[in-house]
Design a protein around this ligand. Sequence first.
Ligand code: PMP
Length: 504
Amino acid sequence: MMQRILPRAFSGKASLHRCTPTASKSTLSQQLEENESPLPKMPPFDYTPPPYSGPSAEEILSKRLQFLSPAVFHFFKNPLSLVDGKMQYLFDEKGRRYLDAFGGIATVCCGHCHPHVVDAIVNQTKRLQHSTILYLNPAIAEFAEALAAKFPGDLKVVFFTNSGTEANELALLMARLYTGCHDVISIRNGYHGNAAGTMGATAQSSYKFNVVQTGVHHAQNPDQYRGVFGSDGLKYARDVDDIITYGTSGHVAAFIAEAIQGVGGIMELAPGYLPAVYSSIRKAGGLCIADEVQSGFARTGSHFWGFEAHGVVPDIVTMAKGIGNGIPLGAVVTTPEIAKVLAYRSYFNTFGGNPVSTAAGLAVLQVLEKENLQQNALTVGSYLKDRLTSLKDKYEIIGDVRGRGLMLGVELVKDRQLKTPAKVETLHVMDQMKGAILVPESIIFHNTAVYLFIKSEYYTLFLFQNGNTDRKRGFFGNVFRITPPLCFTKDDAGLSLPFSVYAH
Ligand code: PMP
């Protein structure tokens, strides 16, 4: 029989605006004793971080509040101060170990401070830290060659940037220059960045400021969970045809999409959608841009790039996050013909292709290959997804389990038919997990969950900021996103089930 989770602990009266201090240890212990399932232990790990003698979390917080923009926010009323990292683990100022199931937003792919990547960064920094592309240096050339080798067809020319936003800005610019058109089509619920052009392409109100954003049309999201056509990608694709027909001159510059929407809550585009849309866009003279900022670099396990699972070959691919394992780095990869458009004027980026960043990027590719991390993402991700799916079969609050590899999402709903977002319940789980942050490793299970619910809180913060707790669209603060470093093990995955402790 289906069960609701949190049968004892949840009163149903939690307020969305509540930001309670961490639950007391005794409350947690009591709840844990009531649960019959044995608490899993953190897998052993042979590493002790050096002693930390820097400022306390309180001091750091006070400086942040005083000197950093109010836009810089943090999780938890008592924020977590992370001072060390090693592979899939993080350590706080007291040396407590946390399993990282979030990967710094799908960014740490090889593992925190992977020795090969660190060596590449340190060695390059000692020799030459910065020169600009105005001079020759081996790091940029070697990495560009290795990166180009990861792409099919004619996708062989690389331009390096410092972030995903920059990469997408550049891709949109190139498409507009190449086609001579301005109109771009992106998908609702997608995220592509927060600069002038990319904020237009981003289609989530939380991230859109009320400033001029021209020339972008947002197509219906081929959302297999909430979308009106379920998993029928071809039906959603018709909206793109309609936009071209009714909303443009009949010619467009580009279509940009993530294969799996990351910020949007791990939404994998319905099958059949991308091939149909790519064909329509090309008929309208446009270029197809794949935003691989989150789904690239082996994260999806089945493929190295997210678009490959859809059987399409884009004209431009953008990437960041995993490309540098945490080093600020992004890239645009395209064909030699499209790449030419940038040479008609001066296009320059001071740090783009920096020797240290590109040395790190090359090291990342080497680690992914040497340690077979794509296969690991597939094996461990499938195992974790199966376990989450079996929880869904048991507990009706889990509305959806989705994604592939180590890019997974779990959506909580109050009612499976209506798919009502279980915001309050999610917040309750979050509060419970928040309460667990400060307890010792013996109940580290909860610490694991900290990283699972961070994403959810992230959503929630935006709801708070907008003062809109009753939105009908977009994301609802009820999706747990699981995007750990790709060295995550099955033992780690066994710990990453935030619901089971409460459910049993
Ligand atoms: N595209 C996608 C799919 C992203 O998830 C993000 C960042 N969340 C970006 C672009 C922008 O990347 P950055 O934050 O590095 O500018």
